[in-house]
Ligand binder design. Sequence first.
Ligand code: ZN
Length: 269
Amino acid sequence: MADGAGRWGRRTVLRRAALLAGGAALGAAATSQTTWIADRRLPLAGGPASATVGNGHQQVGAGSVEVAWGVRTSERLVALTFDDGPRPQWTPMVLDTLEQHAVPATFFLVGERARQHAVLVRGRLGRHEVGNHSWAHHDLARMDAHTAYDDLRRSHDAIAEATGTAPRLLRPPWGHLGGAVLHAAARLDYRLVLWTLQMVEGEYPHDPVGHARRIVADVQPGTILLGHDVGTEQRLVALRGLPDMIIGLRDRGYTFVTVSQLLRHAVVV
Ligand SMILES: [Zn+2]
């Protein structure tokens, strides 16, 4: 017990740094790289990488978080998802197309856009599900747990206000996931949702039909498919091909479900 807490913490940092430097730098062989990393003071608790906060009881909702990329199933179910909305340019067009084909989808909304453009989605999400995609599309994986929680809570409230439904799902921007995001998600009782397949608009410039054919071929049972109803003009390739995609997947025997329905393995008739 001769070492004080500070010295113990310093030793731990140095040992971790040595391991990071390749494991051969312990003791006298420590390199300048080791020292440099040690001086960075890896945060042992707190910071974006840590999923623990403080020394008191952890406030983490139900106490666990599920992370889903997709579902392994033999049933031909697919969940269509759209990130980054709502915005006036394309969100209404996407909602119109989904309505015409009676296809449910899941929209991961950006909180400040939901507040600003609530009129676009109000009353139009009956068959759809909404998820939280952060307040302003900043990188949650660079925030500590308190900051990430504040961001997501603000977004949660804005989405609930705009849509009348409190989101139960979180998709962090770019799929960036640190410990702090897990902690914040646990506090909000969210399920974390990523994806198993995404639109590849850049590979099919000005070819909505070709792009749709590619996606239809690549979907497998249990796929969570990532698209965007906001972004550069290039993304229109996927959105203009949406009817072909829907028809093509139905021809292959697929049923469209929301993410939560997919996660329950429910067959929607
Ligand atoms: Zn996004």
